[in-house]
Design a protein. Structure first.
Ligand code: HEM
Ligand SMILES: *[C@@H]1O[C@H](CO)[C@@H](O)[C@H](O)[C@H]1NC(C)=O
Ligand SMILES: *[C@@H]1O[C@H](CO)[C@@H](O)[C@H](O)[C@H]1NC(C)=O
Length: 212
């Protein structure tokens, strides 16, 4: 009875996210991070974002995204504009060669997202690694912070909080192609991601040292 109650409480928390900052020794950048819970036992996807310092409001800027993924995840998704529709979506899974596959997508509705050329990702060896329980990747995104949504051109603010969203599916796409079909998520959730603490004055210099 008590046990059932606890399970219910934990289940109600699925999709919830905690946020803080992370200093990464591998990439030399400071990230603000969110943790999207997708299993009642505490498993979740960690999304880290680092941006350059001094970015003007209402401009497009590049961002480094580092994601830590438990090995049981089939595919995971990050929605830069905080909803499924009309914003850059990053879908990621672990390829059969254990290499991360990153796929840039867009959806106009709650249907399978299609490839999106407005945002491109460069995957780096720096900050990309795995162990027996998790894999993680580090990539630079161009085009993730400005896009045309329902109310016209939208910019992700380089300061303060922006609502982001994640999605989780236990089902891995059947190939390493970034245009693979994906199945619908089991869990999705939102969080307010602090971009002020994602700011790095050494952003350009650090990214220039990343290994491809
Ligand atoms: C085969 C691919 C996908 C299908 C068929 C699909 C389908 C759906 C459906 C039917 C809903 C409505 C669920 C509800 O209202 O309870 C939904 C909501 C949502 N989906 Fe997806 N989805 C897909 C991929 C993705 C991806 C890649 C993301 C990336 C993060 C995503 C993020 C979300 C979010 C955040 C919501 C909540 C509603 C919203 O914010 O618009 N979905 N999806
Ligand atoms: C897939 O990868 C290729 C090569 O990096 C890239 O040109 C293309 O935009 C990517 N497509 C998607 C949907 O991510
Ligand atoms: C396994 O790898 C992940 C991703 O790099 C890391 O966050 C985690 O701390 C590692 N676990 C152990 C036990 O080293």
């Amino acid at each position: 009875m008590i046990w059932t109650l606890w399970l219910g409480l934990f289940a109600a928390l699925l999709g919830s996210v905690a946020a803080d900052t992370y200093n990464d020794p591998d990439t030399g950048l400071t990230y603000s991070q969110g943790f999207g819970l997708y299993k009642v036992d505490g498993r979740g996807i960690t999304v880290r974002i680092a941006i350059p310092s001094g970015v003007e409001a209402n401009t497009a800027y590049d961002a480094v995204v580092q994601v830590v993924v438990p090995t049981d995840v089939g595919w995971g998704g990050l929605a830069w504009g905080g909803s499924m529709t009309k914003n850059p979506l990053l879908v990621f899974w672990r390829g059969s060669n254990n290499s991360p596959v990153l796929s840039s997508r867009w959806s106009s509705g709650h249907t399978t997202p299609i490839p999106y050329t407005g945002a491109t990702y460069t995957l780096y060896k720096t900050g990309t690694k795995s162990n027996s329980t998790h894999w993680q990747f580090t990539a630079l995104c161009s085009g993730c912070t400005a896009f045309t949504g329902d109310s016209g051109l939208r910019y992700i603010s380089p300061r303060g909080g922006n609502r982001l969203a994640f999605a989780y599916s236990p089902t891995k796409p059947s190939s390493n192609s970034n245009t693979s079909a994906i199945t619908v998520h089991e869990v999705h959730g939102y969080w307010n991601h602090d971009f002020t603490s994602a700011s790095n004055s050494n952003f350009v210099a650090a990214v220039a040292k990343f290994q491809k």
